[in-house]
Design a protein around this ligand. Structure first.
Ligand code: GCB
Ligand code: CA
Length: 895
């Protein structure tokens, strides 16, 4: 008898197992889509595609290359994706849902010629039940129309990032039984977990499950939740019988569970429970469906005085925002690359991610849960709103999607909306006070609606509006008292003129809103990782300026407990079509590059945030340096070591340069570089344990006296009108700042450093894209009125490469809204014509760059000169009309 029972149990288990695996099948359909960039009405039906269609895999964007080319704008229009999908015969009787993780920005799916559903909004997930349209046991034609055209009813209307079009995140098919956990409630998992009560003794967990019964007949089911602890132990199983009427959708079942002595989730120890939700047929106990969700037990509070408190402990939130793009790939990244970004933030020591300016790939959120990174997620209303019902409805819908899709994430503590919504007050309202007031009240009304909806849908989290630094506008519009937290995007010392105004802003804003929790939702400065300066200034895009900026900001943030958190803008350099700057079409405020190379700022935060000992040599991506030799054939340049130890010793080619104390995570050394290879080793001690970092630098030294045979002249590259160094990483050469000619040496004679004036001052370099080159900074400065450029080189043969780009006479006059008026002003320019002579020989007669090549276009002209006596090289510029000029010059010794 006993054996018999055993056998029955065994059989039961086996069949149970089999049934279990058939309960829900999730399978991606990313591969091999035919793609047409453009519209084609026949695409819906016609199964065949012609040669104008490409073959692509998803994730895909059609803007991967036109977002950075030299033609203004990028394709914003329609694209079609088409393929056949075989649906197996044995899935007959299943319900089939298609689940998109995101496509930008409007989508309509057609299956076998019939519309299966539409979605508006480029950053949230969506799903359609497609069962009715499928032919089982056959190939089905899936045709997807996607558009990233401007649509005034869909946020974002405008923004400082590129709206890459396409299906840029995964697509899945989900096969379920007729009775299943709902798959189409805002494309969420259908299971909502909240924690109405938690402390270190006990946690009450509420689980709401939405069920769908696609069958006509009534069914009785058992909804069971199994909670498994972070250590893998089943801590609790609860279940309930539920009677589901036929053809019912999103029927809610609510259950509650108490967990004693909970293991808490925190940033240091992100312990996750797992909730397995299973639905069984009550009669024969067959598993019908299952969903698995994370559960992190934690409580938190934002206080206007104390900042952020997690599980009763105050912690400062320090981290970044993130954009989802990568060099040459646009926004179409595989999951692994999203994962890599979150790991980068974690290994910097960051504990905070502003998922801005839009909800991101689910794997980003999953990583934050697993790594213990607190997040704020937001819907993409940016810069402005459209005052109509459609825009309002789309915004509210996005807020629903955001909240429901990431509802169970322990990492999420804030739902945000409306980034800098008063930055681009629509033109007709700007000057008219009355109209502006009306617009403000429309914004207020929309904010109030979104706020009310989010609070109703999720009472367990905070809300936030990130504002730009115009306190009065936001305050007058009433936006500072709608959300639970006010975020501020602050750029004093970047767009504004001085760092100190940052501190003033923090204190006055807090004084005026003493009861409102405060987050610095953005701050940052652009860095082109190829540019450096020992005399950095605002807008020069050098690493050194940004370092000063962050050094100042960090102190101010640390000093103020009322600042709950701060997000550096941004984790990575990202695409922004409209920008000129040093790297056109890229916003360079990332602390890593578009290929995730680490900038100094990243190292600095790492030293500040990590508790394990850190010693890192600054300028780790400045591998080719250059400079002029001192009398001892060295060239002294500063090097920063980032550390959290007390002092650091630095070695150059194994010779100690002594110790320096670390202050504010920085030890500063003057390093006497030698020509050629330099190996730096920084060493710190943590007790007896040595912590070190190494960096190899190739130093291209130029003798002061060019005829000095101890350091023979090989080449020199000089940017006129510039105080910057530029490392051309592709050609492996270094460009030096200009200097005045002195005997025996090299430099310019006469003229002045050209600067573009702005409303508030001037720009150290042009901010406009230079076409025909990727080395824009080499061409973005110039010396006007230059008389000569001289080099007292020894005898030999030389190639001279003149680098020109006309920086004056730009007629486009485009301004970038983020510059807050600091764009270059238009100027009078009536052209220039000049001869170029080398050692008295007219090599380029009557050069008129603007009329021959146009403005802001790189022109490189080479000439070869033989120097067979001691005269060296004298290049003279002879004015015919206007002032001669030169942007940069390279002199290379052939023999
Ligand atoms: C901001 C915006 C962000 C921009 C940033 C910048 O305030 O919120 O989208 O990218 O400034 O770099 O100007
Ligand atoms: Ca994905």
């Amino acid at each position: 008898m006993r054996n018999f029972l055993k056998i029955i149990i065994l059989i039961f288990c086996v069949s149970f197992e089999l049934q279990a695996s058939a309960s829900r099948v999730i399978s991606s359909i990313n591969e091999s889509w035919h793609f047409l960039c453009g519209d084609s009405p026949g695409a819906i039906n016609n199964e065949s595609v012609d040669s104008s269609w490409d073959m692509v895999n998803i994730p895909h964007t059609w803007n991967a290359s036109d977002a950075t080319d030299e033609i203004p704008g990028y394709y914003r229009g329609v694209g079609w994706y088409k393929r056949t999908v075989f649906i197996p015969e044995d899935k007959k009787g299943n319900e089939v849902t298609i689940y998109f993780e995101g496509a930008n920005q409007e989508v309509e799916l057609f299956i076998n010629g019939k519309s299966a559903g539409k979605h508006a909004g480029g950053y949230t997930r969506f799903s359609f039940n497609i069962t009715e349209l499928l032919n089982f046991g056959e190939k089905n034609v899936f045709a997807i129309r996607v558009s990233n055209e401007y649509n005034e009813n869909i946020p974002p209307l405008s923004a400082d990032f590129t709206f890459f079009g396409g299906i840029y995140r995964d697509i899945y098919l989900i096969y379920t039984n007729k009775l299943h956990i709902s798959t189409t409630h805002y494309a969420s998992s259908g299971v909502y977990i909240s924690i109405p009560e938690v402390n270190d003794k006990t946690a009450k967990v509420h689980i709401r499950t939405l069920l769908t019964n696609a069958d006509k007949s009534f069914q009785s089911v058992l909804v069971q939740h199994t909670i498994v602890s972070p250590e893998g132990k089943t801590v609790s199983v609860i279940s309930k019988q539920v009677k589901l009427p036929g053809l019912s959708d999103q029927y809610a079942d609510n259950q509650e569970i108490v967990i004693k002595n909970p293991i808490l989730w925190s940033t240091d120890s992100p312990e996750l429970y797992t909730v397995f939700t299973q639905v069984y047929d009550s009669k024969n106990k067959i598993l019908l469906d299952e969903v698995t969700e994370p559960l992190g037990l934690r409580w938190f509070e934002f206080s206007a005085e104390k900042g952020f408190v997690l599980n009763g402990k105050p912690i400062k939130l320090i981290g970044t925002s993130r954009h989802q793009c990568y060099e040459k790939m646009g926004n179409a990244l595989p999951d692994e690359m999203h994962v890599r970004d979150v790991l980068l933030l974690k290994s910097m020591g960051g504990n905070f991610l502003r998922v801005a300016h839009y909800p991101q790939d689910p794997v980003v959120m999953e990583m934050c849960d697993k790594l213990g990174i607190i997040t704020s997620v937001e819907i993409p209303i940016v810069n402005a709103i459209t005052e109509n019902e459609d825009f309002t409805q789309n915004s509210l819908e996005m807020a629903k999607e955001m909240v429901y899709q990431d509802f169970n994430r322990p990492s999420v503590v804030i739902w945000a909306y409306m980034n800098e919504v008063l930055l681009r007050i629509p033109a007709p309202y700007k000057e008219d006070l009355e109209k502006k007031k009306n617009y403000f009240s429309s914004v207020n009304e929309l904010a109030s609606k979104i706020e009310a909806q989010i609070r109703k849908d999720d009472s367990g989290r905070y809300t936030m509006i990130p504002c730009h630094g115009n306190f009065n506008d936001y305050n007058n519009a009433g936006l500072t008292n709608i959300p639970m937290i006010v975020g501020w995007n602050l750029y004093q010392g970047w767009y504004g003129d001085s760092f100190n105004k940052f501190d003033t802003f923090l204190d006055t804003a807090h004084e005026k809103l003493p009861n409102v929790p405060f987050i610095i939702t953005e701050y940052g400065a652009d860095v082109d990782p190829r540019l450096h300066s020992f005399d950095p200034v605002r807008f020069d895009y050098t690493a050194e300026y940004a370092n000063q900026y962050h050094e100042h900001y960090i102190k101010a943030i640390k000093e103020r407990t009322f600042v709950a958190g701060a997000n550096i803008w941004n984790l990575n350099d990202f695409h922004s079509e409209e920008r000129g700057n040093a790297v056109p079409h890229i916003n360079n405020k990332g602390i890593t590059t578009t290929t995730r190379e680490l900038k100094d700022t990243y190292l600095q935060y790492r030293a500040m945030c990590l508790s394990q000992p850190v010693v890192l040599i600054g300028g780790s991506n400045w591998k080719i340096r250059g400079g002029i030799a001192d009398t001892d054939y060295t060239c002294k340049q500063p090097v920063k070591i980032y550390s959290n130890l007390e002092k650091v010793e630095l070695f150059l080619n194994s010779q100690s340069l002594g110790y320096q104390n670390v202050k504010d995570n920085i030890a500063l050394f003057e390093v006497p570089f030698v020509n050629g290879e330099n190996t730096l080793e920084a060493v710190g001690f943590n007790g007896n344990k040595k912590v070190n970092d190494m960096l190899k630098i190739d130093f291209r030294m130029i003798s002061y006296n060019l005829k000095d045979m101890a350091l023979p002249f090989r080449e020199i590259n000089v940017m006129l009108g510039s105080k910057r160094y530029f490392e051309d990483k592709q050609a492996s050469i270094v460009w030096l700042p200009e200097k005045k000619y002195t005997e025996g040496s090299w430099g310019y004679v006469g003229g002045k450093n050209y600067v573009k004036l702005t409303r508030h001052g001037s720009q150290p370099a042009s901010d406009s894209e230079i076409s025909g080159t990727d080395n824009d900074p080499v061409f973005q400065t110039m010396r006007t009125g230059i008389e000569a450029f001289r080099l007292d080189v020894p005898k030999g043969q030389y190639t001279i490469s003149f680098h020109w780009a006309e920086l004056q006479g730009d007629t486009s006059g485009k301004s970038l809204v983020y510059n807050l008026g600091d764009d270059a002003l238009k100027e009078e320019f009536s052209g220039r014509v000049f001869d170029v002579l080398v050692n008295g020989e007219k090599v380029i007669p009557g050069l008129d760059i603007a009329s021959e090549y146009g403005v802001q276009r790189a022109v490189v002209k080479k000439t070869i000169v033989d120097v067979f006596d001691d005269r060296g090289i004298t290049i003279s510029f002879n004015a015919i009309k206007g002032e001669p000029m030169l942007n940069a010059i390279r002199i290379y010794r052939n023999y």
